[in-house]
Design a binder for this molecule. Structure first.
Ligand SMILES: [Fe+2]
Length: 438
């Protein structure tokens, strides 16, 4: 009975929160709903994300009922040593009963198995997750790449089991990680905050027993509005929300919006922001990335000492599609030529990765484009709307139109980087495999 009541309070509380009426409720009901949030995380676990991680450090975010006092630690399972975090920052919003705790640790060691513990005031361990440091110098590594995780989709568990079973070293979230403008009356920074909380409660990844570090960029739905660009009025508030929920604020070299670069697994990984400065005119031409980010990218490309991987929300080679969201599409002809020239000057190979289009495809990019043959790997969607019409794409070598993600096994050899790309559907079903070097 108590459980039923608690469940009812939880559900009705969430429904009210979704409607944005929380502040208008009587104070005692507000308090009960807050208590039910507490019950929710005690019964079902917290939403936990492990973000940027190195050989000795890690950053995490945990969604918490705003008034719940918590502390965190890392327990080394082999010798019982305990690591305490740096002072935890709790970031909240006055309209939400959920806040985000931002936690970071140093002093980790490779090869150790850690237990991340969430502990309440009575010293009760409310949640525990397995956590590892990350060897970024690995010459053979596995990364899962994915995009478009609509929380309302059914049967999400089977899709995320495919990610868990693949045991990647990292996961790259390539946008539409949260659909901020779906399920709300008016897309704005408040509703975006709520949609992050809701999505992280519904998507099984955030309750993984064994945490996998995530690096993320956004696309339009988590930027704020469908197909939006540099003119979106709330873009700085959206950036603030992104930076609160993801855990990648230290140790990365950054440019506009959510973009950043880091060395990982023998690659220079460049995560690009396709929204924050999209369409901004520079020197009379309409740009895909804006001036600052383009200059930053081309500098990285010029001085690259290892293979590059560009990771972003939208496709580079989407000129075949009527959707008009890609770099190659009709909107950026002059800017695309600037990008092409920069790529032609590269002394390193470059692989492309993208999301957005609700199909997964591998494209073979002809040598005449950049002076070397390469691929674009598009992984979409994890669980979102199916694409009804598949457009013809002459560069496409592999296609999957059902829910899936890509597992990229990468190794850097004397003769260049080698990749094995496996497309996994629900329950680890292999949809296709491709092997290539660039
Ligand atoms: Fe999407």
């Amino acid at each position: 009975m108590a459980n039923d009541r608690r469940l009812f309070l939880t559900r009705s509380g969430q429904a009210l929160l979704a409607l944005g009426a929380f502040g208008a409720l009587p104070k005692d009901l507000q308090a009960r709903i807050r208590l039910s949030n507490r019950a929710l995380v005690q019964d079902e676990g917290f939403s936990v994300l492990q973000g940027f991680t190195t050989e000795t450090t890690t950053q995490l975010t945990v969604d918490v009922p705003r008034d719940l006092k918590l502390r965190y630690l890392l327990l080394d399972r082999s010798d019982g040593r305990i690591l305490d975090p740096y002072p935890v920052a709790r970031v909240g919003r006055s309209f939400s009963s959920w806040a985000v705790d931002r936690i970071s640790f140093s002093g980790l060691r490779l090869g150790r198995v850690y237990e991340f513990q969430i502990i309440d005031e009575k010293n009760q361990v409310l949640d525990r997750r397995e956590l590892h440091a990350l060897d970024r110098q690995k010459s053979r590594a596995r990364v899962s790449i994915l995009s478009c995780a609509l929380d309302f989709a059914p049967n999400k568990e089977k899709r995320w089991q495919s990610v868990f079973r693949a045991q990647p070293d990292m996961v790259f979230f390539m946008g539409d990680n949260v659909y901020g403008d779906i399920g709300v009356l008016d897309a704005n920074p408040e509703s975006l905050w709520r949609r992050y909380v809701e999505t992280r409660r519904r998507v099984p990844f955030y309750r993984a027993r064994r945490l996998i570090p995530v690096l993320a960029v956004w696309d339009d739905h988590d930027y704020g509005k469908n197909n939006s660009n540099y003119q979106y009025a709330e873009k700085n508030a959206s950036l603030d929300v992104f930076e609160t929920f993801f855990a990648q604020d230290r140790g990365l070299s950054r440019s506009a919006g959510v973009s950043f670069t880091t060395e990982l697994f023998g690659h220079q990984m460049v995560f690009l922001d396709n929204r924050f400065e999209r369409d901004r005119p520079v020197a009379g031409r309409r740009t895909f990335l804006g001036g600052e980010q383009s200059d930053w990218l081309y500098k990285i490309m010029q001085s690259a000492r290892r293979p590059l991987m560009l990771i972003q929300g939208c496709q580079v080679f989407g000129g075949y599609s009527n959707k008009r969201q890609s770099f190659e599409g009709r909107d950026y002809p002059e800017d695309f030529e600037v990008f092409r020239k920069a790529a032609q000057g590269l002394r390193q190979p470059m692989l492309l990765a993208s999301g957005d289009v609700h199909i997964t495809e591998i494209m073979k990019i002809e040598k005449s484009m950049f002076g070397f043959e390469t691929r674009e790997l598009t992984a979409s969607s994890m669980h979102s709307f199916p694409k009804l019409e598949i457009e013809k794409n002459p560069r496409r070598t592999h296609l999957e139109s059902q829910h899936n993600h890509l597992v990229v096994d990468m190794s850097v050899t004397a003769s260049g980087p080698q990749y094995v790309v496996t497309c996994l559907g629900p329950e680890s079903a292999i949809r296709f495999t491709d092997r290539f070097g660039i």
